[in-house]
Write a protein that binds this ligand. Structure first.
Ligand SMILES: Cc1cc2nc3c(=O)[nH]c(=O)nc-3n(C[C@H](O)[C@H](O)[C@H](O)COP(=O)(O)OP(=O)(O)OC[C@H]3O[C@@H](n4cnc5c(N)ncnc54)[C@H](O)[C@@H]3O)c2cc1C
Length: 461
């Protein structure tokens, strides 16, 4: 019987545990213990139901084009719970000189593909519009080194594109700044487009043409679960072996022995054949300080930022007055604290009753650190003040919730992929150790699911 310790009960660790259950169902002689330091499984996947609204404290959805989370949901019997974003209503605004400006038609992520709507849009100055036109003629280029997303996008479109689009879009995903994030780790497709086509605009058009010839109708951009993202974590837990689960149990130390690992957690030590660390890199680094000091140092160098989400529920009068669309992004240059707001009732079905509006505002990185010491009601006051300035929203909310996530978003800074190569070499020097989680090859929920499943494959396959 192979015994595996899984440390960390977020979606990465839960996916690993579920993968082991599947190996067991197929006849493998393997068992596991899943250690989670907090009082619940799911990590940042947390959903509350308030006044008939489905309120997401952490992730609200995942990218449909990454299949692993939806595949897991189907394997758990949740196929009929999967919902797509209301893409027919998709409109996103960018706060530009204090006004909400709709992203122009043809903008794919941050790449303009239609000259006319971009040319007419007040989002960019004439200088940037000229750069966008010229970019279509960039010759292919193979960069031999990593660089920041900001430097890469600036080479193509100039600094205004970084401020107006690249930085706010990536802040929403990574909670980090385009000036630090690695283009190779965060936007590998853009690097490939530059190598193949030179122009990102032409690269996007070529990719879209290919997609069209494969598919008749585009799938929704985002997928979620009808009753919230926590459903995914709860459904996994329901299919795990109850005696394998340890909540309120922090793994304090792990020690390699001749052909095994000694795991000390919650006043007890146990011997395992293999260990999966499904933890934020800093926590994995602490546990490996003695067993692999070099590996530990590399893991510690992966930075994390904190984020805060604030949910506000309103009545139907507010719903009628809010702009259509999914919400807005706030460039740093606008001098606000919030980085984004989602009109949740528009983005997904089943999130709010017809007579409710549900807004979710987002602080990340330095903005989150700045407001972190404040009490929840002071943070809500900042949000309401900024929503009044941006949307003219004066109504009192029916409810508010503040959710704080300390050091939860991994930062793939310049050089991240080289660091991952070093981590992989160092990991192989330790016996039967696997790493999973959002620190490595994808921060989103689908990538974390894949990382948990792959960790099990690595140990048992
Ligand atoms: C606010 C927010 C919004 C997000 N939005 C999206 C989104 O819309 N779409 C998307 O795809 N992704 C989103 N993400 C990213 C994604 O949700 C996370 O990257 C992913 O869920 C991380 O899962 P994880 O299991 O790797 O880590 P975590 O969820 O952080 O879980 C790690 C677990 O390990 C436990 N732990 C730590 N130390 C120990 C120890 N020593 N012993 C035992 N247990 C320990 C912790 O308590 C925790 O439960 C968002 C993240 C945040 C914070």
């Amino acid at each position: 019987m192979t015994r595996i310790a899984i440390i960390g009960g977020g979606i990465s660790g839960l996916s690993a545990a579920f993968a082991i259950e599947e190996w067991r169902r197929r006849g493998s002689e393997v068992e596991y213990t899943l250690y989670e330091s907090s009082s619940r499984f799911g990590g940042v996947l947390r959903t509350e139901h308030i006044h008939g609204c489905v309120v997401e404290a952490g992730p609200d959805s995942f990218l449909t084009e990454k299949p692993w989370a939806a595949d897991l949901a189907r394997a758990l019997g949740l196929g009929d719970q999967l919902i797509g974003s209301n893409d027919a209503n998709r409109k996103t605004y960018i706060l530009t000189h204090g006004r909400l400006v709709e992203m122009p038609d043809g903008l794919m992520f941050m790449v303009p593909t239609k000259i006319l709507p971009t040319g007419m849009s007040p989002l960019f100055s004439w200088k940037t519009k000229l750069r966008i036109t010229q970019e279509m003629f960039h010759p292919p280029r193979a960069a031999d080194h990593d660089e920041s997303v900001a430097a890469f996008i600036e080479r193509h479109y100039g600094a205004e594109m970084v401020d107006r689009l690249a930085d706010p879009l990536l802040s929403g995903v990574y909670g980090g700044e385009a000036a630090n994030l690695s283009v190779r780790a965060v936007l590998p497709r853009f690097v490939e487009m530059e190598r193949m086509h030179g122009s990102l605009g032409r690269g996007m058009l070529a990719a879209r043409k290919k997609m069209r010839s494969w598919k008749n109708s585009a799938p929704p951009i985002f997928t979620s679960l009808k009753n919230g993202m926590q459903t995914l974590a709860d459904a996994i837990v329901a299919q795990l072996t109850p005696t394998s689960l340890r909540i309120n149990t922090t793994a304090a130390a792990i020690e390699p022995q001749a052909a095994s690992w000694l795991v000390s957690a919650g006043m007890q030590s146990d011997v395992f054949d293999a260990v999966i660390l499904a933890l934020p890199a800093g926590a994995a680094s602490s546990l490996l300080r003695m067993a692999g000091p070099e590996l530990s140092a590399e893991l510690a160098a992966i930075g994390y930022t904190s984020s805060i989400t604030v949910a506000l529920g309103f009545d139907k009068d507010v719903r009628q007055t809010l702009p259509p669309g999914f919400g807005f992004l706030v460039p740093r240059s606008e001098g606000k604290r919030i980085l984004a707001a989602t009109f949740v009732h528009n983005k997904f079905p089943h999130r709010a009753p017809e007579d409710r509006a549900l807004l979710r505002c987002f602080f990340a990185g330095k903005n989150a650190e700045d407001v972190w010491p404040l009490a929840d009601d002071q943070i809500v006051a900042i949000v309401r003040h900024e929503l009044k300035e941006i949307l003219g929203l004066r109504a009192d909310p029916l409810f508010t919730r503040v959710y704080r996530w300390k050091s939860a978003m991994a930062q793939y800074n310049v050089g991240h992929l080289d660091r991952l190569d070093r981590i992989e070499r160092l990991r192989q020097k330790l016996p039967r150790l696997a790493l999973a989680g959002n620190a490595y090859r994808g921060i989103g929920v689908p990538d974390c699911v894949r990382s948990g499943t792959d960790a099990v494959k690595q140990l048992l396959g």
